[in-house]
Design a binder for this molecule. Structure first.
Ligand code: ATR
Length: 313
């Protein structure tokens, strides 16, 4: 299979893909897109389920997006994933959008059904399933701190926490104003007093050790949604001295098996997991939307593990 197809290829898809062993009817749209781990994961799933379709990468520029959906429809596509920079553009191009995607303001999964474009966001549901798999917990039962709540991933996670009605949500961002704006937006979800104790259910707090230390006594789960950790030389976004043994630490970064944050968690006696499971379960949730059947998670996981380089440290 060609590594990346383009907008021009979509004009005459059957000719462009004539050499393929199975029809390409699912794809990820992005710019850039060549590093996406979705094709190996979804192709393993399609093969495991014996489905007569394959998944490819499509390099689409922002000004090509609207016409791309028309061409995909004409080419009889089943669905697509949208990644950077198309998650908002896709939302605007849909005929119908589910609540998660509306609240987040981003569509990462599109289904083509009876000539209509249906938009979803599976990042949040993917995280819920990942936490269940990694820690045997439900997000709604937890007091959660999100690092990087002002970024795209942090926002999606915060909205999921709000929709689930989690016990408590602490939004942390280097640029505090972004966390404050998000807190204001999510306030209606946190009006009841579920938590016993003095802590507010929803707070935006500055990224300062003293403020974080106070918060962490009333937190069960820390989620790193910043880009800190993407480079192996990055320091931990939180020092080990702030971490406590009762904490669960989820790092959305999956390019290292143990990021510096996860090493800090381990040093503090806390449990940790990296973002591979979120990548896996958001993909599994997309697969379920497109094919209305149980996703073959084990096949998807082993394809991902083969594809994603995960240095031990
Ligand atoms: P997006 O996800 O919207 O594309 P990004 O630039 O990739 O944004 O940044 C994602 C998150 O990582 C943001 O919350 C960002 O914080 P700011 O809003 O203050 O920019 C956070 N981030 C990036 N580098 C960081 C660093 N060195 N320390 C702390 N947070 C950082």
């Amino acid at each position: 299979m060609k590594d990346v197809y383009t907008f021009a290829d979509l004009e005459n898809w059957s000719d462009a893909t004539a050499g393929e062993a199975a029809p390409l009817r699912v794809a990820v749209l992005g710019d850039p897109v060549q590093h996406s781990a979705s094709p190996p994961m979804h192709n393993a799933a399609l093969e495991a389920c014996d489905l007569p379709a394959r998944y490819c990468r499509l390099h689409i520029r922002p000004d090509e997006l609207t016409e791309t959906f028309a061409r995909l429809k004409a080419a009889d596509f089943i669905g697509v994933n949208c990644t950077i920079p198309h998650k908002l553009g896709a939302l605007l191009a849909m005929d119908e959008v589910d609540e998660q995607a509306i609240r987040i303001g981003a569509v990462n999964t599109v289904a083509f059904r009876e000539g209509r474009l249906l938009g979803y966001n599976t990042d949040g549901p993917g995280l819920v399933r990942a936490l269940r798999a990694e820690f045997s917990v439900d997000l709604r039962d937890l007091r959660v701190m999100i690092l990087g709540a002002g970024g795209g991933a942090g926002r999606a996670i915060a909205v999921q926490c709000a929709l689930e009605g989690c016990e408590r949500l602490v939004l942390v961002n280097r640029t505090l104003e972004k966390a404050r704006l998000l807190a204001t937006e999510l306030t209606p979800y946190f009006t009841s007093t579920r938590v016993l104790g003095p802590a507010d259910r929803l707070e935006a707090v500055p990224w300062e050790n003293a403020a974080l230390r106070r918060q962490l006594e009333n937190v069960d789960l820390i989620i790193n949604a910043t880009s800190v950790g993407l480079q192996s030389s990055d320091p931990s976004p939180l020092p080990a001295s702030l971490l406590l043994p009762h904490l669960m630490v989820y790092d959305t970064i999956y390019t290292a098996r143990r990021t510096s944050l996860l090493r800090a968690a381990e040093a503090a006696g806390a449990r940790g997991a990296n973002g591979l499971s979120m990548l896996l379960y958001q993909g599994a949730a997309s697969f379920e939307i497109w094919f209305d059947r149980e996703p073959p998670v084990a096949a998807m996981r082993s394809a991902l593990l083969k594809h994603v380089r995960q240095p031990a440290a």
